[in-house]
Design a protein around this ligand. Structure first.
Ligand SMILES: [Fe+2]
Length: 248
């Protein structure tokens, strides 16, 4: 059973198309989207429609939630993008679809959330090289992963694997990084990174393939100039365009 995982498309259609083309070459049985399909980027309606057609499961992220219920807890920049997105996505069929999404899903040994298992919508799974961060990770895996082994998360826009023996950062500059992870022997947070707005220093879109045993991290180049132009044409905040250039 091969599951391809994507997250945080953030209305970046050029990135989504490039990732889906790469995923199809690897022939998964299904594609799962962990939320934040919209927000920040210039093509929310197009991305929602493609994700809906392509994925067997689509989660609600905090940006979908903010379009429906308000963005009070957001930064002014993110709030401006949510206001813009809400003006684009005002038809009731789209809003009904967004409101039908869940931010937490369980399937046997696997759990899928947008944020973390503590708070599937808003909390961040963080990776850091500090002893405290590692202690917190191990405690979470031992206490909160009681009846499942793997939790796939998005939201933090960073690709990494958190296990009881340490973090694995799949950032070697190549298009694919395989990990030595094996289901059944280890518990892990699989942070799948972001399709449309990576923040781990690599501008390329991130996606993950899980084959029942191992996890493979993929990075895909896309035409970021196209999305940057559309962000500027839409009048969205300039920082949202600039950060795509560097992946920060
Ligand atoms: Fe996000």
């Amino acid at each position: 059973m091969k599951i391809a995982l994507i997250s945080d498309v953030h209305a970046n259609l050029a990135a989504l198309r490039a990732v889906l083309a790469d995923i199809r070459r690897h022939q998964p049985d299904e594609i799962v989207c962990l939320g934040d399909t919209i927000g920040y980027g210039p093509q929310p309606a197009e991305c929602l429609s493609i994700v809906r057609q392509s994925c067997s499961m689509v989660l609600m992220g905090n940006h979908e939630h903010a379009v429906l219920y308000g963005a009070e807890q957001f930064t002014p920049l993110a709030q401006a993008a949510i206001d813009w997105t809400a003006r684009i996505l005002r038809d009731s069929e789209t809003l009904d679809y967004i409101s039908s999404l869940k931010s937490d899903f369980r399937r046997g040994n696997l759990r899928f959330v947008h944020g973390s298992i503590r708070n599937p919508l808003l909390d961040y799974v963080r990776e850091a090289d500090t002893p405290w961060a590692f202690f917190y990770l191990v405690r979470t895996l031992q206490n909160d992963f009681a009846d499942f082994n793997i939790c796939f998360v998005g939201h933090n826009h960073r690709a990494f694997l958190g296990t009881e023996v340490g973090y694995i950062f799949p950032h070697d500059g190549g298009p694919v990084v395989k990990t030595g992870f094996h289901i059944g022997r280890e518990k892990a947070y699989v942070s799948v990174g972001s399709v449309g707005q990576p923040r781990d220093g690599d501008w390329r879109s991130s996606w993950v393939m899980f084959d029942g045993e191992g996890v493979e991290y993929h990075r895909v180049e896309y035409d970021r100039g196209k999305t940057i132009d559309l962000i500027r044409q839409a009048g969205l905040p300039e920082f949202l365009a600039e950060r795509l250039q560097f992946g920060n």
